[in-house]
Design a protein around this ligand. Structure first.
Ligand code: ZN
Length: 283
């Protein structure tokens, strides 16, 4: 099942994608379920929506809604750096015994087709195509063997980065969380439909040209390892997002370097999920 967060007019809502349409789930699933995060908190999202009587639910054409970040209001977004060997090597950074982690703020996120904004203080805007994991159950000290049972679903993510601000010091965060630099979408595919997240193909295209291509079995720290490690230092809760890292081929390590500029269009495609595409505009 594909679940989305969207706006129509001035109203935010959430829904289930059905072909070229989205079934509006607002008000259909009980009082406590007001958005995608609260749906995930309520239990198995695909099962809850599947069991609901949606005969009276409004349906919109996907063309008439604005897709928003899959989870616009996560409790936390944890990003993984240097999690593909091809990217670690191109950056010249040392291998680490534990995953390199940094965070994003929720207001850095945007939906499919919303513009990535180039801020006035940098011209070093780079793409990072990544697989995002959306947590479905609360947990700490989650065993690797049980970890995939804590996943609600998967989506594409573009960890848009201002390379100069990332590298001002050894802490990545400033370059990783500028407003409207983190496309997250186009939707969440529920975990029952993606039972092997280590078998997906990830491709990033800039203006139609392939810039990154990898399979998710190449992750240095697998999704179960990441969930175990992160849940040791923080409690994971439904709606939390883990952005699992980017493969080689980023723009700033190319010769010549490539940075995204207004008028460009960047796409992240993951097999079994779909295509997350965004134009670039000036702030
Ligand atoms: Zn990244």
């Amino acid at each position: 099942m594909r679940l989305v967060t969207f706006s129509i007019g001035s109203r935010m809502s959430f829904g289930m994608v059905d072909g070229d349409n989205v079934v509006d789930l607002a008000g259909q699933l009980g009082d406590g379920v007001t958005d995608l995060r609260s749906l995930i908190e309520a239990g198995d999202a695909a099962a809850l929506v599947g069991a609901a009587d949606l005969a009276g639910a409004p349906t919109h054409s996907l063309a008439d809604v604005t897709l928003k970040p899959v989870i616009p209001n996560p409790d936390k977004i944890v990003c993984v750096g240097l999690n593909y060997e091809t990217h670690r090597k191109e950056t010249g950074r040392d291998k680490t015994e534990h995953p390199v982690l940094f965070t994003r703020f929720a207001n850095s996120q945007i939906g499919h087709d919303e513009p990535i904004l180039l801020p006035r203080v940098s011209d070093k805007l780079d793409y990072e195509g990544e697989l995002a994991v959306i947590i479905g159950r609360r947990g700490r000290y989650i065993d690797e063997a049980d970890a995939l049972g804590y996943v609600a679903g998967y989506a594409c993510y573009n960890d848009g980065t201002l390379r100069d601000w990332q590298r001002h010091t050894h802490q990545f965060t400033p370059g990783k969380t500028f407003p409207s630099t983190g496309p997250f979408g186009p939707w969440m595919v529920t975990a029952d439909e993606l039972t092997d997240p280590a078998s997906l193909e990830l491709t990033t295209r800039l203006n139609g040209e392939v810039m990154q291509n990898a399979t998710t079995d190449m992750l240095i720290f697998s999704i179960p390892v990441l969930i175990n490690y992160i849940s040791c230092f923080t409690e994971l809760v439904p709606g939390d997002v883990i952005v699992t890292g980017t493969p080689g081929g980023v723009g700033f390590k190319r010769d010549p370097q490539v940075f995204m500029k207004p008028g460009d269009r960047v796409e992240v495609e993951i097999s079994g999920i779909g295509v997350l595409a965004n134009p670039i505009e000036n702030e």
